[in-house]
Design a protein around this ligand. Structure first.
Ligand SMILES: [Mn+2]
Length: 191
């Protein structure tokens, strides 16, 4: 089973489309949160995610939009199709998957605080993740792509397809092959 992982799209439908155009053949696509931004909903982004049957979780931006941003949410509800808003409003905070004998957890920021904390490459948080009962932990939030081993846990952050914060300045996504256990970061070309 091959899984593509995107994250932190931040309402950039064009960047997401670039990912889809670049994707190898995969069985499933996951999105690790912040598909939109707290003050910027993007129906095109959500529609692309919906049409591709992408499993989304909420990031801190969805959380703020749906829980702490009533004025802007009201404007979105007046303007956009309810099924598009619902897709993110009803997205879970964490997503777990068992496949090919492996357990996978996806959460936006950290496994213990879904909307707060950053797990960068080399982070001290990795020691805590190493004790978790998963083969794969998928995170977003940092906009820095990462594939790192924490004990027996492979920690994967696909980075952001639209707003990279590492030195490469190119958007990224990740591919996880559960048959081989291999996770790779793929970079997108710049416009
Ligand atoms: Mn975030």
């Amino acid at each position: 089973m091959k899984i593509a992982i995107v994250s932190d799209i931040h309402a950039d439908a064009k960047a997401l489309k670039r990912v889809f155009d670049d994707l190898p053949s995969v069985d499933r696509v996951l999105c690790a949160g912040d598909a939109v931004s707290e003050f910027r909903f993007c129906p095109d982004t959500v529609d692309l995610l919906r049409l591709a049957n992408v499993q989304c979780i909420q990031g801190n931006h969805e959380h703020v939009l749906f829980e702490h941003n009533p004025g802007y949410l009201k404007r979105c509800q007046a303007e956009y199709a309810p099924e598009l808003l619902d897709m993110l409003a009803k997205a879970p905070t964490t997503f777990e998957l068992e496949a090919a004998g492996a357990r996978l957890l996806m959460v936006h920021a950290t496994p213990w605080e879904p909307f707060a904390g950053y797990v960068h490459p080399g982070s001290g948080h990795l020691a805590r993740i190493a004790k978790m009962d998963f083969e794969y932990v998928i995170l977003g939030h940092t906009h820095v792509p990462m594939v790192e081993k924490a004990g027996n846990v492979t920690v994967i952050n696909p980075g952001s397809c639209s707003q990279p914060r590492d030195q490469e300045r190119r958007g990224s996504y990740a591919i996880l092959d559960l048959a081989t256990g291999e996770a790779t970061i793929h970079r997108l070309r710049l416009d």
